[in-house]
Design a protein around this ligand. Sequence first.
Ligand code: CS2
Length: 484
Amino acid sequence: MTERLSDAALAVLPAGVIRPVYDRAQTRIGVVHFGPGAFHRAHQAFYLDRMLASDPGLAVSAVSLRSDAVRAALSPQDGLYSLTEREAEPTIRVIGAIKEALTAPADPEAIFTRLADPAVRIVSATVTEKGYCLTPGGDLDTAHPDVAHDLTEAGAPRTMVGWLMEGLSRRRAAGAPGLAALSCDNLSGNGARFRRAVLQFAEAHGTADLARWIDGEVSFPDSMVDSITPATDEALRADAARRLGVTDAWPIQRERFVQWVVGPGLGADAATFADAGVTLTGDVAAFERAKLRLLNGAHSTLAYVGLRLGHATVAQAMADARLAAFVETLMRRDITASLAPAAGLDLDAYIGEILARFHNPAIVHQLSQIAWDGSQKLPFRLLETLAEALAAGRPVDRLVVGVAAWMVFVRTQARAGAAITDPLADQLVEIGLACAGEPADVERFLALSAIFPRALAAAPAFRAALSQAYARLSGPDPTTALAE
Ligand code: CS2
């Protein structure tokens, strides 16, 4: 039987495998990460792996909020896993940054102990947009069942904010210093939203002292994270086993491109982050808006229109010349018009790079993966841009196409009895089943105030363009929605 990846196996891996350049036995946990899914392991853990060469105190305690799958896969491998960079010339490396993997329901005390440990100075998170339990207005949703639970059951939280709050409360009681709480999710102003959710939790919990301590001692840097990371599939598992010569229970893949932009608040760790290739800036917002709108806005449009046209992957959708041209025009005209240039970011070149990344034939990125959580993604990716275009009197005919295609996607999935992965899935299925493929369907979706701000939903130009796009996408030739 093929051996499993482990510290012992590191020394005997084939020469072509890039290994950690530090002594793992000397590393110490300084980061607690919530949500150690594929993106965390492809992105932040990759950077932290570099940082460990100069600072052994930045190893990671990886905390899964629900599923035991990550712990079960990584613990028998001493926390090791492989990362394949999918390019014409792929590379494979073993990441050693994760020192332990914990599962929240099974290891509460171990997690609280880590959060209260003075050696831990960063708590980071990739829990997706929905993981912050925010209202459309950006406040903590105290009516959310898990938040309501955590406000009364501090010892057994369900939400990331609940875990962090109890951890910070114990940290303060133990006299330990503050830390940096680092959101690594695709939310505009992610640091500020994270901070607001945490402080509102403390207020709702009636712990004003703790809120004051957090306000003074805990920083919430904004950050922009970027690397296209398709889910792990069987092809990757087989490829990783072949290249490593040992079994890796959960290999990870991404494109070679990787970017992390972080704002103020890392304290003494800032220089280590910069040395590892992280861009430090006082203006994360400009990078974040450019990335969320140009890359993620285009991704969501490609996902829903691409699925409607029968494509399965991003590369296939980009090989469709009409769709590729449409998306390029959307980015260069409609989305760029909403962006103020960021110092050091040439938007034209940035768009060219994104399009080349989308065309990467070595990346098999399922449109269905990008189609998840539309109710959470569309507001940051397309609706903010739309509202600004309307306010500025700019045309919205192209911007609405991705939104209309999402509506067609929901209708199609519901009618087929296929899964809709979304926190609002129940409501969406109900709406989807009630749809008749008529423009009137649009009304049903616009009634969702959790997604569509009232002012936007009422805007005549938006409604007219959206209904037209929906009708065209629902018609016999959906490509008419892409016409100039
Ligand atoms: C994608 C993102 O699944 C999705 O919604 O748009 O995961 C995207 O690949 C990353 O944000 C790229 O950095």
